[in-house]
Design a protein around this ligand. Structure first.
Ligand code: MN
Length: 498
């Protein structure tokens, strides 16, 4: 996937000139030391950049406006080493439009019991300086993240790192462009939505192209390009003929290779990072894009089936937020299909008719060709696999008519009790937290869809912070959910977000 920009985060300490130059020299030196330690820790995906200590209205306003116009700056981190009278920050805060983190820390870990005197107290007073600063941000109603903890603590550093990914998600959201080559499936409600409002809230551009325009791009792909990519598939994946003729099978796989190349060229040429398709609207395409879409998702494109542009954009957003992550386990569109209700092994079998991203695969990936039970085209080739175990989040962005709601369910992925040799699709299998029954009830009360954007690599906290930053409601279903409180939360949110 095309990586994000080389984003940086500005680290600004707040202070004032009341304590003299020596204290200010210490403030600057300590802050530089902290920035260097954060960058060396390996716990932050993006670099932190030291900025001169912020002392006056003028400097604060100037620095924040520079952050606004610097395209490489993805956010500002503020910490008040000493007391910094917060009225000095009002104008700058009013104009800041980059994600904001209040890092509530302190240079020293332990009180220096033997040496502590009033000079030390004046120099190291984040405990009350940061409260003064937090007050004005709250009073101004500015959305920000607060992280408290010692700057050398790896767990605290990791929290800064996960917030950086959220901040990049907030910024990059406005560059997501979704190509629709089909409308939403007829009569389906939950995949609909207000595209104008989505662009205002999230920045997403959602545009339609006639399906035959992209089909022409597929037809224009040369035989030699198709042959080369088909060879690559045959080298990389296990071929499951299941009694089909070898040549006929390869021809079907080659159709998907042509779709992958043609779609990618068309998306690149027109600068789209996500796409939706629809099994009932394929124009001159010979097969529903299956294997091709799976590979494009793996490369970082967002995807939504049956015209589901909200899921396509959410999958793309999650791909951006997890870009370059060490040991990433994967991100995909998913669909709730069928349940296992056996006590002790309850869960939801996740799949789609074809389009599951192989980034979530565990172990061997195979190619199968099978008829689709829907539509009127050739049997499409698709990648088949099972998915990794572990914790993930399934998210659903719904349009309630007058606003959006993001539903986030923490889920535990596991293996099914037995293999499913007759199932011609990739699968995942998870139990929603707190358990299948309560999780499903809460999801339905919240109005969550059957399509989800799923990832192993982000937390509910990150998506809640993203939703807060873009100004929409988010509800979390996790180990702390009980139905009575959850229904009340939905009612109260109805009032808050009216
Ligand atoms: Mn579907």
């Amino acid at each position: 996937m095309k990586n994000n920009k080389d984003y940086k985060f500005w680290f600004c300490a707040g202070s004032q000139d009341l304590y003299g130059d020596v204290v200010l020299e210490h403030v600057a030196a300590h802050t530089k030391e902290m920035v260097e330690a954060l960058n060396k820790s390996g716990n932050l995906p993006y670099e932190v950049v030291w900025k001169p200590t912020l002392l006056t209205n003028e400097l604060i306003r100037k620095t924040f406006n520079e952050a606004n116009t610097d395209e490489a700056c993805a956010g500002v981190i503020v910490w008040c080493h000493t007391f910094s009278p917060a009225k000095s920050w009002i104008l700058g805060l009013k104009e800041l439009n980059k994600p904001l983190l209040h890092f509530h820390t302190q240079y020293n870990e332990e009180i220096p019991y033997d040496e502590i005197d009033m000079d030390f107290m004046n120099e190291n007073q984040a405990a009350h300086g940061d409260r003064e600063w937090g007050h004005i941000v709250t009073r101004m109603g500015i959305e920000r993240k607060v992280i408290a903890g010692f700057w050398k603590d790896p767990d605290v550093q990791k929290r800064i790192g996960t917030w950086q990914r959220t901040a990049v998600g907030v910024l990059e959201s406005s560059h997501i462009r979704v190509m629709r080559v089909a409308d939403n499936m007829r009569n389906v409600a939950v995949t609909e939505g207000d595209k104008v409002e989505a662009q205002m809230k999230f920045g997403w551009e959602v545009d339609t192209y006639p399906v035959n325009e992209i089909a022409e791009a597929v037809n224009a792909v040369s035989d030699s390009d198709i042959r080369a990519l088909t060879d690559e598939y045959y080298g990389k994946y296990k071929i499951l003929l299941e009694g089909r003729d070898e040549k006929e099978f390869r021809d079907h796989v080659a159709v998907q290779a042509g779709i992958e190349i043609g779609f990618e060229r068309f998306l690149e040429e027109k600068n789209y990072q996500a796409i939706v398709t629809h099994f009932g609207d394929l124009g001159s395409l010979k097969q529903l894009p299956g294997l091709a879409i799976q590979r494009l998702m793996e490369k970082g494109y967002g995807f939504g089936a049956e015209g589901d542009w909200k899921v396509a954009a959410m999958v793309r957003l999650m791909k951006i937020m997890t870009a370059g992550m060490k040991d990433a386990k994967g991100t995909s569109m998913m669909e709730d299909y069928t349940y296992n209700l056996v006590k002790g092994d309850r869960g939801i079998l996740q799949s789609h008719m074809l389009e599951v991203c192989p980034s979530i695969a565990d172990g061997e990936i195979s190619i199968k060709c099978q008829p689709l039970s829907m539509g009127d085209r050739e049997d499409p080739a698709r990648l088949v696999f099972t998915s990794k175990t572990g914790t993930g989040i399934a998210t659903s962005l719904i349009d309630l008519g007058h606003r959006f709601r993001l539903i986030i369910n923490v889920v535990d992925c596991k293996k099914t009790a037995k293999p499913m040799p007759k199932l011609p699709t990739a699968t995942n299998f998870w139990e929603p937290r707190p358990n299948l029954y309560t999780g499903a009830e809460a999801w339905i009360y919240a109005g969550g869809a059957h399509h989800t954007a799923f990832t192993y690599d982000l937390t509910a906290e990150q998506m809640v912070d993203w939703a807060a930053a873009v100004g929409i409601e988010a509800v979390v279903i996790d180990e702390n959910t009980n139905i009575r409180d959850f229904r009340n939360e939905l009612r109260w949110n109805e009032a808050f977000y009216r």
